[in-house]
Design a protein around this ligand. Structure first.
Ligand code: CTP
Ligand code: MG
Length: 233
């Protein structure tokens, strides 16, 4: 069984102080609906758990009613890591057993993820943990207190995206142990898995268009991408 865990509990502080970004519309459709449309269209995904921003529960309930495939919601936490933990815990309470269950953890703020979902699902047939990556086009400096402390070789630097796929038992166990050890600052599940499991996830090609909407400028990029896609079809 493959379950999608869609994260939509963030406040979107870098985007706007008023409303979480996943409820903003691009071309008449909320950002989160792009991800829900992707999983609705993927036969290999059995059902979806959406982790939501509790004050906007009514809006999320209204949105998920529109889907034919099973979509459930649960409340998020104060960090992304806590939201993932809440979602995994709720999934565990919902299913009868975890053997053979896989989970694809996805940022709702990445609306254009269809191809990457397919690649991660394929690789997940033979791997316990799968992370999509794209090579860095820029050179990246490590800076502390306004001083450059390290310049890693660009050729080995990759940006990490979602969805990230895992065997349910492996990632749930890692999250439980991270909490026990008070390790609560992981910003993605691949790095949490790497630290707690002592093993590295497999990687697949991400997609440059699978970018995360973080601030208002990213909305312009998303709108122009959709406009181009419409003109092509
Ligand atoms: N997220 C979540 N719960 C949190 C924080 C983040 O479910 N407590 C989700 C967001 O909804 C988003 C994804 O994790 O889909 C990636 O996080 P990010 O882009 O940082 O979104 P926000 O935390 O909402 O934005 P910001 O950091 O600007 O407040
Ligand atoms: Mg955030």
């Amino acid at each position: 069984m493959n379950i999608a865990l869609i994260l939509a509990a963030g406040k979107g502080i870098r985007f706007d102080q008023q409303s979480p970004k996943q409820l903003y519309k691009i071309n008449g459709k909320t950002i989160i609906e792009y991800s829900l449309d992707v999983v609705e269209g993927l036969e290999a995904i059995d059902w979806t758990m959406v982790v939501i921003h509790p004050p906007r529960q009514k809006d999320f309930k209204e949105i998920i009613r529109r889907y034919n495939k099973r979509v459930e919601i649960c409340k998020g936490g104060s960090t992304r890591q806590e939201s993932v933990y809440n979602g995994l815990t709720r999934i565990k309470e919902t299913i009868s057993g975890t053997e053979g269950v896989k989970v694809l953890i996805h940022d709702s703020a990445r609306p254009f993820s269809r191809d990457v979902f397919s690649r991660v699902l394929e690789k997940l047939k033979t791997e316990e943990a799968v992370v999509p990556v794209i090579q860095s086009k820029d050179t990246i400096y490590v800076i502390q207190d306004n001083h450059v402390v390290h310049i890693p070789c660009r050729d080995s630097l990759y940006h990490v995206q979602t969805p990230q796929g895992f065997s349910f038992t492996a990632i749930y166990d890692c999250h439980m142990r991270a909490r026990e050890k008070n390790m609560n600052a992981f910003t993605d599940d691949g790095s949490l898995y790497s630290h707690l499991m002592g093993d590295q996830p497999a990687v697949v090609n991400g997609d440059q268009m699978n970018f995360k909407i973080t601030d208002k400028k990213d909305m312009l990029l998303a709108e122009s991408y959709l406009l181009k896609a419409e003109n092509r079809s």
